[in-house]
Ligand binder design. Sequence first.
Ligand code: UGA
Length: 433
Amino acid sequence: MKITVIGAGYVGLVSGVCFSELGHEVICVDHIEAKVDMLNRGEVPIYEPGLQALIKANRERGRLRFSTDLRASVQPSDIIIIAVGTPSLPSGQANLSFIEQAAQEIGQAMNGYKIIVTKSTVPVGTNERIRDIVAKCTNVPFDIASVPEFLREGTAVQDTMNPDRIVIGTDSPSAGQQLTTLHQSLTSNIIVTDIRSAEMIKYASNAFLATKISFINEIANICEKVGADVTKVAYGMGFDQRIGASFLKAGIGYGGSCFPKDTQALIQIAGQMDYDFKLLKSVVEVNRQQRYNVIRKLVSLLGQLTGKTIGIWGLAFKPETDDVRDSPAYEIIAALSDMGAVVKAYDPIAADNFRHHCDVSGLIYCENAREAAWQSDALCILTEWEEFRQIPLSDIESWLKSPYLIDGRNIYEEEQLAETQLVYYSVGRPGMN
Ligand code: UGA
């Protein structure tokens, strides 16, 4: 099939590249010229394991192209995928202006029947709005479909090539059939449903995963008080198939470009329908509070933080990505800086992004993990990079001025700590908080 993807961000780029890998002819369009130039030089604007190799291979096979020209890119294709951003407005509502602009430009470029698919996360009713916008611009027949994306950053290629399920929301049986054919080599779990339910499946899925994280974080906070170990509690819970073992890792709360934005958007969507989504509001609040546990622990150890030097390991919102959007590290570092601490930070790959997107005055960027820990009054681990797990605790102990280690991601085990004099605080584990 001939496919055009509009928006070469995370979702658009990875989907486009993976469709080309499956043998389809793909054009990825983006209005940012610098990004398209980069891609045309074979460079990748995001860090995502495996992506660069697939881009190289499929450009060489002539199946993958990048362009800024939306009209010329839409016309040869049968399937147009909208994958532009839907950032949060100050109210928490999704900003649909990029979606509406894309719909209008597709409408103006229509030269024959096409299926217009939306992969961006959009509020219920948006696909119908896309249909209205396109229909105002053209008499050419077309169908619309909502095919939400469930990939995770850091494992995006693997998730796209091996999805748990594909959801296709459409009111056109023939479009449903064609999209089923497009995806059938990826999984047998293809759910064809109505458009509004497909839109809702995406929000409900992200809201549920965020709920699991806030739930286990609250259980961790209670574990700290009653002397239980949250990692063992989560392990024991996870064997129940109705609960499932994943997304039960306690820590400093979720971040990233999706959960914070999508939970707020769903609260807004419900609110517009006069429904107070109390549970999800609590999930968001618990997540906000969880970040401050790191600060509370530091204060309990060091007292006033003014003039104290705090080392930070990890700036990305999770490992294997350079994405710092809504990273818990930002709020924690900003709070430490406001409290007068001197903050030194190291991240294996996300430091440049943090410098550009997160404005924290006075933050000292370090070249390596040792430099961030060196002569610090305490060290905080905020992202569970494998590189940090490999560093012997005896090294950390010898680098620090005071032996305080706050592990926001529970990367060390009790046995490893037994051989050190480190005062170790983790999340929800007895004797270690
Ligand atoms: C998330 C979803 O997992 C994807 O299915 C979805 O497609 C994507 O959002 C999206 O809507 O585009 P992503 O934000 O890349 O993917 O990252 P996750 O791996 O889900 O992690 C999100 C946050 O939750 C991270 O900050 C992570 O540290 C945190 N987390 C995750 C926990 O604190 N505990 C856990 O057990 C799992």
